[in-house]
Design a protein around this ligand. Structure first.
Ligand SMILES: Nc1ncnc2c1ncn2[C@@H]1O[C@H](COP(=O)(O)OP(=O)(O)OP(=O)(O)O)[C@@H](O)[C@H]1O
Length: 244
């Protein structure tokens, strides 16, 4: 059984249809990049699947059940730009939020929860920043804190929206190492990704999206010149140089 099954999914913003009959299955233990040009509907796809934006039609099944039944098994790291970083909270508290599924809302976290959150911050090289207000962290540091939050959540299926955008090489490596560890533990990870040069190195599966699914499958077989052109149209002149 696929961990994620999307069928005939369509969505719009007012009259502007941005997802059209999207259909794909994702198997457990895969690391998938979602690629496509600006405005292709990648972020919207995540939001619609996670019921943050309404769908027009179609179905989405997680582990064979609905989103609300599967919620505690799903982790989401939104695009950094979409988060209100002025929210007065420190890095440790952000990570603790990933534990609410376990602690329960309005219950006081235990020492062991705090230890788990600290360990995750440490894993992302952010232990020294636990007490720092999130608004006072750099973009890459904020991204590491978000990854730590996803780690403590201990989900089975993760969605990350451009986690590598604007981070330095060390942070990029730390994030990709973390995602590979999750995959090797049998978790399933889907990542909106923009750097076409690293798709083959980083991801075993690719979902090529432009309002509908253009191609989906093993990166080695799917991420071809032809599919890249079909996905991006004429917008990628540099690809011609790269691919000859
Ligand atoms: N809140 C919104 N209200 C109206 N239109 C929106 C909204 N969010 C996105 N759109 C439009 O929907 C389309 C798909 O946007 P989406 O953010 O899903 O694309 P994307 O593939 O993630 O793009 P990018 O690579 O630029 O992040 C775009 O045309 C965008 O302008």
């Amino acid at each position: 059984m696929p961990v994620l099954s999307v069928n005939g999914l369509s969505a719009s913003y007012r009259k502007n249809k941005v997802l059209n009959e999207v259909r794909f299955d994702v198997q457990q233990g895969t690391l998938t990049s979602i690629v496509g040009p600006n405005g292709a509907g990648k972020s919207t796809l995540l939001k619609v699947m996670l019921e943050l934006h309404p769908k027009l039609s179609g179905t989405v099944q997680f582990f064979g059940s609905t989103y609300s039944q599967a919620k505690s098994r799903i982790g989401y790291v939104p695009q950094r730009g979409s988060v209100d970083w002025d929210f007065p909270t420190n890095a440790l508290d952000v990570v603790m939020m990933g534990l609410y599924g376990k602690i329960g809302w309005l219950k006081w976290p235990k020492r062991s929860h705090r230890d788990l959150a600290m360990a995750a911050l440490d894993e992302m090289g952010m232990a020294d920043y636990a007490d720092r207000q999130i608004s006072q962290l750099s973009g890459g540091q904020q991204q590491r804190v978000f990854l730590a939050r996803a780690l403590v959540q201990d989900a089975d299926l993760y969605f990350l929206d451009e986690p590598l955008a604007g981070v330095d090489a060390a942070t990029e490596r730390a994030i990709m190492d973390t995602l590979k560890v999750l995959k090797n533990k049998g978790r399933t990870v889907m990542v909106v990704h923009h750097d076409l040069q690293t798709v083959e190195d980083y991801f075993d599966q690719v979902l090529m999206l432009n309002r509908g699914v253009i191609a989906h499958g093993k990166t080695a077989e799917t991420f071809t010149k032809e599919n890249i052109y079909r996905t991006y149209g004429g917008t990628l002149r540099w690809m011609e140089e790269k691919l000859g």
